[in-house]
Write a protein that binds this ligand. Sequence first.
Ligand code: NAP
Length: 229
Amino acid sequence: MPSLSEIKQFNSTHTPSVNKAVGVFFGGTSGIGKETAYMFAQKFDRPTVFIVGRSEEAGSQIVADLNRLNARATFIKSDLSQMKEVLRVSEIVKNDTSKINLLFLSQGILSTAGRTETAEGIDLRMALNYYGRWLAVKELAPLVQKAYNDGDKDNARVVSVLAPGNEGPYQENDISYETSSLWPIRTGTSRNSLLRQCCDSPEFTLICPSSMPIQAMLLPESPENCPGT
Ligand SMILES: NC(=O)c1ccc[n+]([C@@H]2O[C@H](COP(=O)([O-])OP(=O)(O)OC[C@H]3O[C@@H](n4cnc5c(N)ncnc54)[C@H](OP(=O)(O)O)[C@@H]3O)[C@@H](O)[C@H]2O)c1
């Protein structure tokens, strides 16, 4: 495995050649999603970027930053814990673009509370970390496949950032996490890892990396080095 400095060196010199790159960032208003969106905008020539999240303030600021970096950026305000919202956002994206080079999923919250139901009757963490992410993959994977088919073979990718390596047991008789007292992020992580393994291998890349090494690679040592500041 290459070292962190080798990865940083490669990234700083690598210039991908993609015509009109498109990136979609569910959970792009902060953290790993936001930083990846900035890097995406810096790497490609006049890319299209969709930022999805609840915070209008953060979303507007990021769109302004990305536009300064020469991207065509749009903020879609959405509560992604609602599956109907995941479908609505997917429709907006599909109506605007026919291909996606990077579908980046990092929406989520860290919380140790027990089951917290959304209006749709799903546990909040499971909705964000598991159901909503795979629903977005189901809806938008054809556009990633289109990017691959049209020649962007090295830049057709789905990335779902959570916490592999932190899987925990889950109860098969409590698949919707109604009575289990297990920590939901561990359960969600287990399900993500299992589903990733069960997925028919698509031609494009589908990876579920851990948030912590990514944070180490992406987040600047000091705030003034951050592309968004
Ligand atoms: N960083 C870590 O050490 C770590 C460790 C374990 C797991 N994780 C998980 O890895 C993922 C990425 O981490 P991160 O550090 O980038 O997290 P982060 O900075 O907290 O970002 C999470 C993103 O999810 C969005 N989000 C949360 N609830 C939402 C909702 N109901 N609807 C729409 N968007 C929502 C937030 O946007 P809005 O607030 O604008 O909605 C934000 O853009 C997260 O799922 C996190 O829980 C992180």
